[in-house]
Design a protein around this ligand. Structure first.
Ligand SMILES: Cc1cc2nc3c(=O)[nH]c(=O)nc-3n(C[C@H](O)[C@H](O)[C@H](O)COP(=O)(O)O)c2cc1C
Length: 190
């Protein structure tokens, strides 16, 4: 269990973000792979991304290739949703958010410098992600020099959190709504 009925709502909020912060530092943490849902032309699409860091306004940061569909989706509609589940602590966190794309900016270059040389290949494929291939190996081709042009940092800024703690038949559920710099907090029926 991550939370219990004796916790205050500010404690619940803190416990959830402490766990998310931990996940950004521990590769094996269950929150490390986030399900990220985007919208394109009113149709939802979902995939996993890696949580890389958590900002001081509770932003969740992941990296991507500018040429991927998810970046086109976010450019068209910045409303996203993130889903996390911790199977040992039996807690689900649903996040509604807006996403901001950073490319060739100070922030993007700051994170680019933290990406290991070999890992830079993930943002440097010679053939754009999603391009049809005759043979799968065609995609395993990279330039000599790994540039940061297609490397993007995406900041997911949460506006709403729905936390569900499973516990036998006594589940707990809390909802958090961002209002400017404050969070409106409310227990709700599971
Ligand atoms: C465990 C896991 C982690 C992933 N992490 C990322 C990531 O951090 N960034 C990313 O762009 N794609 C990541 N991917 C790949 C995406 O899920 C997706 O397949 C790819 O980016 C194309 O998605 P799109 O066409 O919706 O943009 C990950 C996939 C898996 C299975």
């Amino acid at each position: 269990m991550l939370i219990n009925a004796a916790n205050t709502l500010p404690e619940v909020f803190q416990l959830v973000f402490d766990e998310i912060l931990l996940a950004s530092k521990q590769p094996s943490h269950p929150f490390r792979f986030m399900s990220l849902a985007t919208v394109r032309q009113q149709s939802p699409d979902v995939r996993y991304v890696v949580l890389r860091s958590v900002g001081d306004r509770h932003q969740l940061v992941f990296f991507s290739d500018y040429r991927t569909e998810k970046i086109a989706h976010i450019s068209e509609n910045p409303n996203v949703s993130v889903l996390l589940y911790h199977s040992q602590k039996m807690v689900q966190v649903r996040i509604k958010a807006t996403a901001a794309i950073h490319r060739n900016s100070e922030l993007a270059l700051y994170y680019w410098n933290s990406v290991a040389q070999e890992a830079r290949k993930a943002y440097n494929s010679s053939i754009s992600p999603g391009t049809p291939l005759s043979q799968p190996e065609e995609a395993h081709n990279w330039p000599e020099v790994m540039g940061s042009d297609d490397f993007v940092v995406v900041e997911i800024v949460p506006s709403q959190l729905d936390v569900l703690q499973l516990n036998g038949l006594s589940h707990l559920r809390a909802r958090f709504l961002r209002e400017e710099d404050n969070w409106d907090m409310q227990w709700v029926a599971p």
